[in-house]
Design a protein around this ligand. Structure first.
Ligand SMILES: Cc1ncc(COP(=O)(O)O)c(C=O)c1O
Length: 430
């Protein structure tokens, strides 16, 4: 399975979408597409690689579109919720409580109580939160299992802002200074039966993820030996390895596949694949990023001597990371004509692909070599399936584009979300 959708596959679906009666209107100046056949393939592949007992809680933050959440649920995966609203979305999409993991780093008493009453697995983010949970469990009964997020402090990856296992991180309990305190709570609270770690999202190589898992597993084995010695008749039985498997955003790079990742994991930590543990994974980017792409009509082409600026209908509203941290993030770009056919060649001018927002940094690509671009063409932005629409910014109050899912390269289309109406926008600000 190649990780990225090829230009040809995208163009085939786009041509069909353009021809499909009633699917795209004049107002659809930009459209977000998801290849749902490919999404299904990726999820099935992931589920098939791990033990049946593993829970694959797909990170809602990567892509909260409810129709996609429902597909994920129907395929047997779960949902990782990093906020109460994400938890609500997961419940509304039909995930049962045993398939949801509640991970917010800043849970209120009310939110914790809600999750405990619903029997949802909670990963506490701090020792303070464990104490809150203890107080709540003194007054209510719960079917929930509880874990604690540990920061294994194994270092940062190539993107600092998405690396969370450095010496300092706002997430989790740093292990180096809290080994004793962590040991204490595991001995003290019999409901505490899980550990959780997450190293970062994109930019963290597999070796770093493995180092994190190793650090936490060594600790877990220590605690389990201690519990056994104390004849506690309980042990840490839930091991949540988080997400963070990087994907490729580049034409010429193949990332580590889920199958290679799993093989490495199994080779190094076979114990995690036995019935000693229930494994939880929380992949988001790996599941979604390469399944989505976005097409925007070219509204204007502004030619100057050495550079041509192409004005399109998505920018920093949808691509926050790319526009605000351009050196850390990348999306490949393809040019298509108004019928969706790929344009080829190299214009002698360099191109800037600029978004519609009122600030100078609103650029998806700078100084890029592309085929000659004309008004009415389309700019196709690749690998937009994760952390793009979910990070939509309301600056300039632009309407969220229509979102279309498709199967079999566009044999079947399904509208996942209509283009946002002006009325809805009014209601948002009103
Ligand atoms: C706790 C947690 N789990 C899972 C994820 C998903 O990471 P990714 O989408 O890189 O797999 C994140 C992302 O930031 C996270 O913070």
């Amino acid at each position: 399975m190649l990780s990225r959708l090829s230009d040809e596959k995208i163009s085939a679906a786009f041509r069909r979408a353009i021809r499909e009666p009633g699917l795209l209107g004049e107002e659809d100046s930009a459209v977000i597409f998801y290849d749902l056949s490919y999404l299904k393939e990726r999820i099935e592949d992931m589920i098939g690689l791990f033990p049946e007992s593993a829970l694959h809680a797909v990170a809602v933050k990567a892509n909260p579109l409810t129709k996609i959440l429902k597909q994920i649920k129907d395929l047997g995966a779960g949902a990782e919720a990093a906020s109460l609203p994400e938890l609500y979305l997961a419940e509304k999409a039909g995930f049962s409580s045993d398939k949801i993991v509640f991970d917010s780093p800043v849970k209120t008493v009310q939110e914790i109580e809600y999750a405990l009453k619903a029997g949802i697995h909670i990963n506490a983010d701090s020792l303070q939160e464990i104490e809150r949970i203890a107080v709540i469990l003194n007054r209510i009964s719960s079917q929930s299992t509880v874990g604690i997020r540990i920061n294994p402090q194994v270092g940062t990856g190539s993107i600092l802002s998405t690396s969370v296992a450095g010496e300092f991180s706002k997430f989790g309990v740093p292990i180096k200074t809290n080994r004793e305190a962590l040991t204490e709570i595991f001995l003290k609270y019999d409901w505490l039966c899980g550990v959780h770690l997450h190293i970062g999202s994109q930019g963290c190589e597999v070796g770093l993820i493995m180092k994190g898992i190793e650090t936490v597993l060594i600790f877990v084995n220590e605690i389990n030996r201690l519990l056994e010695k104390k004849k506690a008749r309980r042990r840490i039985a839930i091991f949540d390895i988080g997400g963070g498997l990087p994907v490729s955003y580049h034409r010429d790079k193949e990332p580590v596949s889920m199958s290679q990742y799993k093989e490495e994991l199994k080779y190094r930590f076979d114990q995690l694949f036995t019935d000693e543990f229930r494994l939880i994974t929380e992949f988001g980017r790996y599941v979604h990023a390469n399944t989505g792409w976005t097409a925007s009509r070219v509204e204007y082409v502004k030619k100057e001597k050495s550079v041509t600026t192409v004005m399109i209908h998505v920018g920093a509203d949808m691509f926050l990371r790319k526009c605000y941290r351009p050196d850390d993030w990348h999306h490949e770009i393809t040019v298509a004509d108004s019928c969706g056919n790929i344009k080829t060649g190299r214009d002698k001018n360099r191109y800037v692909i600029a978004g519609p927002l009122c600030f100078a940094g609103d650029m998806i690509a700078k100084e890029t070599i592309l085929p000659e671009i004309a008004e009415g063409d389309y700019i196709i932005i690749h690998d937009t399936g994760a952390y793009t629409l979910s990070m939509w910014s309301r600056y300039n109050s632009r309407q969220i584009p229509k979102v279309i899912g498709y199967y079999n390269d566009g044999e079947i289309f399904e509208i996942l979300r209509e283009r946002e109406s002006l009325q809805t926008l009014w209601e948002f600000w009103n």
